[in-house]
Design a protein around this ligand. Structure first.
Ligand code: ARG
Length: 431
């Protein structure tokens, strides 16, 4: 790390202390660097609009920022330990290329300002991606619910065979879950869609910054008004975003559990395409559903990120360097969570049911609830009907079929009245 921006004459820099302070910053800031450059350009435009930069100076800065972004993408510029962080790297590069004009970029802003706006833009991008993925997953589930509405499968509670169910019901459950997850991602996106740039280190600055301009230029829905709140929202918004992600990865975790069980020899009711399984290095007979297991594991990273940030936020108002650690958490949580969700639509589209195994797992007792409810319909008090049905559960299936049970399951949302139209309508509203 050469030439710290804030270095004071006569104070010696201790390399070990600096390395501790920087942590993984330059590595993590790579993730946010393009957003930082984009926001730097909007900041420069704002300075020009209030007369603090000439049009030529602005043109020079914008050109160099565009070039820096290109060099970063191509690998010609590497953000590494030469720099304290991404923010100072931008300033150093502009100063190297433009001299005094480059030194003007930091007028009226702080690195706290920079990191807030860059991570805010990044979070918006991730939430939009989450929303699109959840929508895509719901789409596959809806289509399969429609196509397989009549396919009988065992319904379990407590991992015990409970009642006759259908693939249509199973898919519709995931469809509605991921529609909600998409809505939650969109709602959270709307919550955090506000521009913190121009709040300086959390107390504003003695310049009438054109915050309306930077808000529009960066595509934010509104300005985050209070500089103090801008700092308070760091971490809080990250948590909200991780909560939204966690809704989806929790659904994924439960779905992955179903698939793991269904793929076992004991259940044996699904077949996974070969590319979703791996071989064992020692047991030649095995194909392991590793993809499903790592999908299931992804929620652990999201939950860890949430916990890390929640613990960090035990702070008074204002900026504290503690907040730097929110970056690693969101990077890890979103990295793992989205990577797992990305693989899900294709996996769901390609899994195959073993229909004879599904049917074979439906035993006589699974009709006992139907028998009891039918007797109640005929006028027998339900508790008495329940006792009679319990006593004869072994023969409850006599003369009955899974199809018959499903055809009679007409409570709204159940097999005979799936209400997929209602789900489809909500799905369409997601766009
Ligand atoms: N790396 C810091 C962070 O992520 C931003 C830089 C602010 N540093 C400082 N000493 N004020 O929060």
């Amino acid at each position: 790390m050469t030439d710290l921006l804030w270095q004071k004459p006569g104070v010696e820099v201790d390399a070990r202390i600096q390395a501790f302070l920087a942590g993984d910053d330059v590595l993590l800031d790579r993730e946010f660097f393009l957003h930082d450059i984009f926001a730097s350009s909007a900041h420069a435009q704002g300075l020009q609009r209030i007369g603090l930069l000439t049009s030529d100076e602005l043109a020079g800065l914008e050109q160099e920022l565009t070039q820096l972004a290109e060099d970063f993408r191509s690998g010609a510029f590497v953000l590494d330990a030469r720099f304290e962080d991404g923010h100072s790297a931008i300033e150093a590069r502009l100063t190297e290329r433009l001299g005094d004009v480059g030194k003007k970029i930091h007028t009226g802003r702080s690195r706290n300002d920079q990191v807030l706006v860059a991570t805010r833009l990044w979070l918006k991008e991730k939430l939009a991606h989450l929303q699109a993925l959840a929508r895509e997953i719901a789409k596959v589930a809806l289509a399969r619910a429609e196509a397989e509405r009549a396919l009988p499968m065992p319904g379990y509670t407590h991992l015990q065979r409970a009642v006759v169910s259908s693939a249509g019901m199973w898919w519709a459950g995931w469809a509605e879950a991921f529609i909600d997850d998409a809505i939650r991602a969109g709602d959270t996106l709307a919550l955090i869609d506000c521009n913190p740039l121009g709040t300086a280190a959390g107390y504003g600055v003695n310049i009438p910054l054109d915050r309306e301009h930077t808000t529009a230029a960066l595509g934010f829905a509104r300005m985050q008004v209070s500089p103090i709140y801008a700092q308070l929202s760091r971490g809080k918004f990250e948590l909200a975003a991780l909560e939204a992600l966690g809704s989806a990865t929790l659904d994924l975790r439960r779905l992955a559990w179903d698939l793991s069980l269904f793929a076992s020899a004991e259940f044996g009711c699904i077949a996974l395409p070969a590319q979703y399984t791996t071989g064992s290095s020692i047991m030649p007979n095995k194909r392991n559903p590793d993809v499903i297991e790592l999908m299931r594991a992804s929620h652990a990273s999201v939950a860890a990120a949430r916990t890390e940030i929640e613990q960090l936020l035990s702070l008074p108002s204002g900026y504290h360097r503690d907040l730097q650690a929110t970056k690693g958490a969101i990077f890890h949580g979103f990295g793992r969570g989205l990577a797992a969700l990305e693989l899900l639509p294709a996996l769901l589209a390609s899994l195959e049911w073993r229909e004879e195994r599904l049917r074979g797992a439906i035993d006589s007792g699974m009709y006992a609830t139907d028998v009891a409810v039918e007797a109640a319909l005929a006028g027998i008090p339900f508790r008495d009907a329940y006792r009679t049905a319990a006593a004869s559960a072994d023969s409850a299936g006599r003369g009955r079929s899974p199809e018959g049970s499903l055809a009679a399951r007409r409570s709204p949302g159940a097999a005979a009245d799936l209400r997929l139209e209602a789900l489809r309508e909500r799905w369409q509203g997601l766009a």
